[in-house]
Write a protein that binds this ligand. Structure first.
Ligand code: GTP
Ligand code: MG
Length: 371
């Protein structure tokens, strides 16, 4: 064979198709999903990622048992809960908003329960359950994005009404545009004196975020994260907008997930918060996580409750990994520890090869041999 589709190439390069399409656009190359890509073009695209041919003697996906679903199959999968991140400029009220949502909607459910900070939590909003990522800070998102592990379905952009559009507001918008993630604007600190919400609207419209009432497609919700005013409206808007996205994932088949945060805890060892994206993670499963491995000795939710399993869009804290993985690292369930070690060894070897020959010439023969 002498070619394959853009989707297959992205998969082989271990990048998101959307990401690859964006990168190609940067060099004025317009490709779409399903496009046929010849060997020469594939080499050019692969070169954008400084990519080297993979060792086909070891096909990780085969070892893990990943299945490829057609678009039709995907449309039949069960709906999953949306994953929401909160972004915005320093001091505009992200933490206050997250805390308000968590305290109002989570802790009350379990009186006396000790809320754990696990980097993500789920709340009920009407008939929807929303999963919030509790890791603001652009570094974490940037590193996830770099790894092609965009996990967010929607971003709530917090803009303080008394401060307006600031550098990190712009950066957040850029991030969302690049990642193709929709935005809801929370115009915060509405309780302050002398607020002019129209000024905020026009500042955001200037950077391409135009409110619905001005003919754009972005919802603006006025709130006071401090007092809680408007937060229910915000949750309702998030629920409605994400419902329309019809997000789906299989709760069966191979498990895929991503690390949200991790740390080493005295007496407990590496502790990682994982967001399951597909399949159902079970207690006792053997895992490969980035370049480390282990067994999910325990699964805990954000209320400190022990779980026996966790399906799509569920954040869980796990114990039992060999080392603390970095945020954005992928999570895969494998048959046993032996397989896990084999995959990790291969990943480490691949990375080292890549580091030793940073600008190695690309050869994708293996890829096309498989296509
Ligand atoms: P960083 O994590 O540093 O980026 O800030 P942040 O976006 O998390 O802001 P944070 O929630 O820490 O709020 C910053 C300050 O603004 C705190 O003093 C909050 O009490 C205050 N604040 C947040 N929301 C509101 C609000 O709705 N009204 C008023 N008046 N103050 C608020
Ligand atoms: Mg904060």
């Amino acid at each position: 064979h002498d070619g394959a589709t853009s989707d297959q190439l992205a998969k082989k390069l271990k990048v998101k198709l959307k990401d690859m399409i964006d990168k190609c656009l940067d060099i004025n190359l317009l490709i779409k999903s399903g496009d046929y890509i010849g060997i020469q073009l594939a080499n050019e695209i692969a070169a954008l990622y400084d990519y080297r041919a993979e060792n086909v003697a070891f096909d990780e996906d085969k070892v893990i048992g990943k299945e490829q679903l057609s678009d039709e199959d995907k449309s039949k999968l069960p709906l999953r809960n949306p994953i929401i991140a909160i972004m915005g400029h320093v001091d505009h009220g992200k933490t206050t908003l997250l805390d308000h949502i968590r305290n109002a909607k989570v802790v009350n459910e379990e009186a006396g329960g000790i809320t754990q900070h696990i980097g993500a939590y789920s709340v009920k909003a009407g008939k929807s359950t929303l999963t919030f990522l509790d890791t603001p800070g652009h570094a974490a998102f940037a590193s996830m994005r770099q790894r092609g592990a965009d996990v967010t379905d929607l971003v709530v952009l917090v803009v303080a009404a008394d401060d307006g559009v600031m550098p990190q507001t712009r950066e957040s918008v850029k991030y969302c545009n690049n990642a193709g993630v929709p935005i809801i604007v929370a115009v915060n600190k509405m309780d302050k004196e002398g607020i002019n919400p129209d000024r905020i609207k026009s500042e955001l419209a200037d950077i391409g975020i135009t409110p619905e009432e001005w003919g754009g497609d972005t919802q603006f919700v006025p709130i006071s994260a401090l007092k809680g005013d408007g937060v229910d409206d915000l949750l309702e808007s998030i629920a409605l907008q994400t419902e329309m996205l019809e997000l789906r994932a299989s709760d069966k088949g191979n498990v895929e997930g991503v690390v949200i945060e991790s740390k080493i805890e005295h007496g407990r060892g590496p502790v990682a918060t994982i967001l399951v994206q597909s399949g159902t993670l079970k207690k006792g499963d053997s895992l490969v996580v980035g370049e480390t491995f282990g067994r999910a000795r325990s699964l805990t939710d954000h209320l400190g409750k022990q779980l026996s399993k966790a399906g799509p869009s569920t954040p869980v804290q796990i114990l039992g990994l060999d080392e603390a993985p970095s945020p954005g690292a992928s999570v895969d369930v494998v048959k046993n520890e032996r397989e896990a070690k084999k995959i990790v060894a291969n990943r480490v070897a691949e990375r080292k090869k890549l580091e030793e020959t940073p600008k190695a010439k690309v050869s994708l023969e293996d890829f096309f041999a498989m296509a």
